[in-house]
Ligand binder design. Structure first.
Ligand code: BG6
Length: 481
């Protein structure tokens, strides 16, 4: 890979320490970084290069998935430089430009520049236009921009943000990162059915009755109330991660092998989601908020008692929906999605439920529907639930059988995505159309929340979320798995 400069805005922030530095380091260990690379961290704190390199080192010891190898560490750290930066100061961009060029000359690398914005949303377009004015985006090499979510707060602000970014970067230079698209099991979906014809024959339109996607977490709002109390689960998890999972599942399963599905794009799916009328949102959407409860035996506060949260906040920490896809491949097969903070378990999974034909057409009593479960995190596995007869009482018991489980030592999402961005592969990034269509679909829901058109259901921390969310499925004679 050609030499390049990686400019990281927000280098003193949480994401950099927990995810980005460890990701770069693991890529380094795998020899997946360009041989000559200049990494420039920016932040408001006044660090020297040496102090910054120490912070990077500490982050690696705390968060790297692989043990830090002290022998080669200095070689990795010497790529890093620090520049104090105030996004609103013109002078800051000039200094940055100067440092970037200085390092390019020292290391003799082309003017290939990757800008990573891990900053407060309000600073994204400020920085993009500052970069443009400084001339740093008009170098002789390529330029790319990685932007973290949230990409806007609603359809209108997302469009405005995109327009501003497009003044400086072309669409193919903008990498909108959604770390769910970097999870190995999600990336696997693309070839799972193609590589396993036996799965393809199971996963077809006639056999599937419904699909359930869950992203539950045990953590609460943590120290992010400033952002989260304005965003809620709908913006934090649904507009991006969950809708991306819906799109990825719908295009890659079922049966791409027979050609039924070949050529479907993610935008075809998101465009075919049945629109929601805000007045009818309560029929297909449940929003909830956690109350005090227990997580792993320890008492935890309710959302409204969390530091920084408005004590009357109506913000959603839980969201569930029934989604209908008006696309020939998925017509009549509902998708149920849910996500919540302070739930009973940390788990991201896709469950595909099959028609219970053993009961319906084969006259067998007491069987349960077969299920395929794709566990995305924290562990990765694929399992199948089958009916087995118990000889002692002649009854059918549902039994989970594991088809696969990957070793824990999988690359992290940020590692895979950063590597793709370094080499200019945007397959697993969200393109503008997907983002715009996702906001478009979610917009009436945001309005329904704002106008209080649907109730806020409370659930105890450590539970499975509001009980009424079961009704989304019982109305169709299904249940959450
Ligand atoms: C982030 C959200 O995008 O995803 C967080 O902002 C959430 O609120 C996190 O906790 C969940 O990611 P993961 O990979 O732990 O499922």
């Amino acid at each position: 890979m050609e030499g390049m400069t990686f400019v990281l805005f927000g280098a003193t922030g949480d994401l950099a320490q927990r995810k980005l530095f460890p990701a770069l380091y693991n890529l380094y260990l795998d020899e997946k970084l360009p041989e000559t690379m200049s990494i420039i961290g920016l932040g408001r704190r006044n660090y020297s290069d040496k102090v910054f390199q120490e912070k990077v080192e500490q982050a690696l010891y705390a968060y790297s998935r692989r043990t830090v190898q002290s022998g080669s560490l200095p070689d990795f750290l010497k790529k890093f430089r620090y520049c104090i930066f105030d996004a609103t100061e013109k002078e800051a961009y000039r200094q940055l430009h100067e440092l970037v060029e200085k390092r390019e000359n020292e290391l003799d690398i082309p003017q290939n520049r990757l800008f990573y914005l891990s900053v407060a949303p309000r600073l994204i377009d400020v920085i993009a236009s500052g970069l443009y004015t400084s001339g740093i985006t008009q170098g002789k090499g390529w330029k790319r921009l990685i932007v973290e979510k949230p990409f806007g707060r609603n359809l209108e602000t997302a469009r405005a943000l995109n327009q501003n970014l497009r003044k400086v970067f072309n669409e193919d230079e903008i990498y909108r990162i959604d770390h769910y698209l970097g999870k190995p099991m999600v990336q696997n979906l693309r070839t799972l059915v193609l590589a396993n014809p036996v799965l393809g024959s199971l996963l077809n339109h006639e056999e599937i009755s419904n699909v359930q996607i869950t992203a539950s977490e045990t953590v609460g709002v943590e120290s992010r109330a400033d952002y989260y109390d304005q965003a809620g689960a709908v913006r934090d998890m649904v507009q991006n991660h969950l809708l991306q999972l819906v799109m990825m599942t719908a295009i890659h399963l079922p049966d791409s092998l027979t050609g039924n599905n070949s050529g479907i794009k993610k935008t075809d799916i998101i465009e075919s989601l049945q629109p929601i009328l805000k007045e009818h949102a309560h029929r297909t959407i449940v929003r909830g908020q956690y109350e005090p409860g227990e997580i792993e035996g320890a008492p935890v506060a309710g959302y409204r008692e969390e530091p920084g949260v408005d004590e009357l906040s109506k913000n959603d920490t839980y969201f569930a929906a029934r989604i209908a896809i008006d696309h020939p491949s998925w017509k009549g097969i509902p998708f149920y999605i849910r996500t919540g903070k302070r739930m009973n378990a940390k788990s991201t999974q896709i469950v595909i439920e099959f028609e219970n034909k053993a009961m319906d057409t084969r006259g067998l009593q007491g069987t349960s529907p077969n299920l395929v479960m794709l566990e995305i995190s924290p562990n990765e596995s694929i399992s199948l639930r089958i009916n087995l007869k118990d000889a002692s009482n002649n009854r059918f018991n549902p039994v989970w059988t594991s088809l696969s489980s990957n070793s824990k030592d999988q690359p992290e999402a940020y590692e895979l995505l950063l590597y793709d961005a370094l080499r200019g592969n945007s397959t697993f990034f969200a393109d503008w159309q997907e983002v715009e269509l996702s906001w478009n679909w979610i917009q009436p829901v945001l309005e329904a929340f704002n106008e209080d058109l649907l109730p806020l259901h409370f659930y105890p921390a450590g539970s499975r979320g509001p009980i009424v969310a079961n009704e989304l499925l019982t109305a169709d004679q299904y249940k959450w798995w």
